[in-house]
Design a protein around this ligand. Sequence first.
Ligand code: IPM
Ligand code: MN
Length: 354
Amino acid sequence: MSKSYKIALLPGDGTGPEVIREGVKIIETVAKKNNFKLDFVNYDIGGARYLKTGEVLPESVVEEFKKFDSMYLGAIGHPDVKPGILEKGILLKLRFDLDQYINLRPVRLYPNVETPLKDKKPSDIDMVIIRENTEGLYTGAGGFLRKDTPYEIATQESINTRFGVERCVRYAFELTKKRAKTNKLTLCGKTNVLTFASDLWQRTFNDVAKEYAQIKGDYVNVDAACMWLVKNPEWFDVVVTDNLFGDIITDLAAMIQGGMGVAAGGNINPKGVSMFEPMGGSAPKYTGMNVINPIATINAGAMMLETLGETKAAKDIDNAVIKALESGKIKSMSAGKMGLSTTEVGDLIASYLA
Ligand code: IPM
Ligand code: MN
């Protein structure tokens, strides 16, 4: 009997369903080819549902997700919902409740994809950024005092635990070893100012580094990281950083790899259920037009299969994406400028899986 995986599908809002449709097309094709099965269960979660029912993400649904092998998300976000509600109530809640403590964001320039960096080639832009995904400034610690008075105080605390930092740093060392590219792992922090939080990160990094003699540890301040990511992206192999710094530098990194149309991410609990998604949002203005780029979602699907242990299938997708890009038939990575529809890009990639 062939192996079977239970996948929770969360197409979500805006262009989410359009990209998920292509993602599912690709992973189903590759599953058939590699002799495993995918069982999808669809979940209507997102801004549209919240506006209709007032419900954001029921506790019982989070419990259901724990029984899946993985989760595949399109996009969450609605222009009519006040900022913070869906982010905190769905995306961050899932990361926290499912303890998806790694946010894995590969940054790779594919052939024929335009980068805004002059003279940089695919061999120059090929790194993985590992962002801690359950601590830092994202825990919601803090509050107001004397709100709406002239004496108001607002605090927002960065929570960094030895346990949380260490499991993230360990994951990063392991991945650097497994990748075996340049065996270089860069810690990104701000030790010159965050003398408590970044200090804990640095001490933890140095301690774990002792167990990995073959890995060259490096350090960069986050402001300088923004500079080097633009000027010398070839210096980076694997980067590990905290939640907010990771949020910021991965948007920058997404642009140098060709934009949100190609950037994929995984919210990973190495011992639990993980969730894979394109980095881009719901893109309301392109909704229903069949013009959004599905490649990021397809890449996220490959990451999902890789994490499930279907390495060969993941590699098949990667090769098909590369061949589709090499064909020159996709004119741009930007929504509305691809020269092909969302469906046609999916079909083109599927054709290289045959
Ligand atoms: C991301 C997003 C989220 C984050 C938002 C939508 C909560 O920007 O996945 O990078 O800040 O982590
Ligand atoms: Mn972000």
